[in-house]
Write a protein that binds this ligand. Structure first.
Ligand code: BEZ
Length: 221
C-alpha cells in the first residue's frame, strides 16, 4: 500500500498501445492511473466512457491517463468498441488500458478489494484512482468498492486543487472549484502573505478572534 508522498515504483505493462514503462509513459507530466475489476462489466464501461469524453479536460491539465483492468489486451481491444459506443465516439482510443490478467500490478499497487470476490472466490480489483505528480509521487489515492462508480468531475476538481497548491502557498476550501477563492496556508505569516498574494488577503471574523481564515483570490494556475 502506498501513502501520499511515496514514490510509485516504475513498472512495465502490456497495454492496448503495446508494452509501456510507467515512468516513460508519464514523462514529466502529471498522471492518473485508475483500476477496474474486469472488462465487459457495466459500471466499468460507463467509467471508461466518461473518461473518454473528459479527455480534453485531462489534456488541458497536462495529465496523462492510464487505465488498468484485469483481463487480456485482446479482451480490452474488443471492450473498447463498447466503451466508444457508450461514449458516442469513434476513432483511435486516446488512452491505454493495462492488461493485468494475473493481478500482479493490482497486488503491487494495493488495489485489491478483499470484500468483492470473483466467481473463483479471488478478490476483485477495486476502483482505485491514483493521481501521480510530475516527480512520480502519489498525490491522491481514492479507493471505491467495485459496486460504486467514480465521479470523474470530482477527480478533475482535485487535480485543479493539487496543481494550484503545487505552485502557490494556498489550500483550497470545502467544495472549491477552479477560479474560486483559496485559503492562505497556516504556515504563511501575515507579513509574507501580504507579499505573496498581491491581489489581497481577506480575514474572516470568527468567535475565537483568531485570524486563521485567510482568503485570497485564486492565483493563476
Ligand atoms: C461493474 O463494473 O459493473 C462491476 C464489476 C465488478 C463488481 C460489481 C460491478
Amino acid at each position: 500500500m502506498f501513502n501520499l508522498g511515496d514514490t510509485l515504483p516504475n513498472f512495465q505493462a502490456e497495454t492496448t498501445i503495446g508494452t509501456i514503462n510507467l515512468y516513460d509513459y508519464l514523462g514529466d507530466s502529471w498522471g492518473i492511473l485508475f483500476s477496474h475489476p474486469s472488462d465487459f462489466t457495466p459500471v466499468c464501461t460507463t467509467e471508461l466512457a466518461r473518461v473518454l469524453t473528459l479527455m480534453p479536460e485531462f489534456d488541458k491539465r497536462g495529465v496523462k491517463v492510464l487505465a488498468l483492468s484485469c483481463d487480456s489486451v485482446d479482451s480490452h481491444c474488443k471492450w473498447i468498441e463498447d466503451i466508444q459506443a457508450v461514449a458516442g465516439s469513434s476513432g483511435e482510443f486516446p488512452y491505454p488500458i493495462i492488461a493485468d490478467e494475473d493481478r500482479e500490478l493490482a497486488v503491487l499497487l494495493g488495489m485489491l478489494d478483499p470484500v468483492e470476490k470473483d466467481r473463483d472466490g479471488l478478490p476483485l480489483t477495486c476502483r482505485a484512482v491514483f493521481v501521480i505528480g510530475p516527480d512520480k509521487t502519489l498525490r491522491l489515492a481514492i479507493l471505491y468498492p467495485a459496486t460504486t462508480g467514480r465521479n470523474f468531475d470530482e477527480i478533475l476538481r482535485v487535480i485543479d486543487s493539487l496543481q494550484i497548491v503545487e505552485k502557490h502557498q494556498v489550500a483550497t476550501p470545502v467544495d472549491w472549484k477552479a477560479g474560486e477563492m483559496c485559503m492562505v496556508l497556516p504556515s504563511v505569516s501575515d507579513q509574507d502573505a501580504a507579499c505573496l498574494f498581491p491581489r489581497g488577503v481577506t480575514v474572516r471574523d470568527v468567535p475565537s478572534g483568531k485570524s486563521y481564515l485567510r482568503m485570497t483570490p485564486a492565483p493563476q494556475p
